[in-house]
Design a protein around this ligand. Sequence first.
Ligand code: GUN
Length: 284
Amino acid sequence: MSARVIDGKAIAAAVRERVRGEVVAYEAEEGRVPTLATVIVGEDPASEIYVANKHRACEEVGVRSVHHGLAAGTTQNELLELVGQLGLDPDIDGILVQLPVPAQIDADAIVAAIDPGKDVDGLTPLNAGLLAHGTPGLVPCTPAGVMEILRHEAVELEGAEAVVVGRSKLVGVPVARLLLAADATVTICHSRTVDLAATCARADVLVAAVGVPRLLGADAIKPGAVVIDVGMNRSEDGLCGDVDFEAASGLAWAITPVPGGVGPMTIAMLLVNTLEAARRRSRG
Ligand code: GUN
């Protein structure tokens, strides 16, 4: 059996097309367009590329975006001041401080200072708490993208065994919360999990978000599973995921490739969140 390869680019394109239409309607109603502000501290080349891609995606769907590039030596207080100003700026709907930030800055303190209504990453304590509470506000983009893929592929989640590998605040924990809200039975694995492969092999839906190249092989895949690989790792032979794609696609029913699976969904969901934040602010 060879797994169906899920086309994340196509699903993301459909989401972006939907957002483009909704932005036109928003502008007609409100006389303004949703606006995203991004912040990078320092000159991390990967962050520069990610953020440039976010701005291009905004432009394509008619969302305005502004960028603040701060020097590597920016202090915590200077960044807090900017985040505070953006929170008060009536023209700004979404704020995204690209992570990681340099060592002199406490990322948690910065995230906590973002206006929760403009927190398009869904990372503030309020939005994380609302998600845990089962009444989501703004939901982190990659987890939202994973759920959009599962919806698009009509994957039955009610009663399914879902295993998430990784417990990060950005992906692992929020995706587990969303799967739980969709009535899956959810297990979260992490670096101390005793028998990782055996636990993963129980999964009808396996979500790998751990950042270790090809960590999960054939022994971690249940025949007929849906495998969602959030990993984006640089290896000698190019980008690869957390799942051994060749091995897993011999067993799974469907699998996301790396690249071209979950990656494109993250930016698409950022656009969804920016529009959603703008709508919520307009409703007051
Ligand atoms: N760094 C890597 N991914 C992300 C993301 O989704 N949001 C932010 N703010 N920083 C990141």
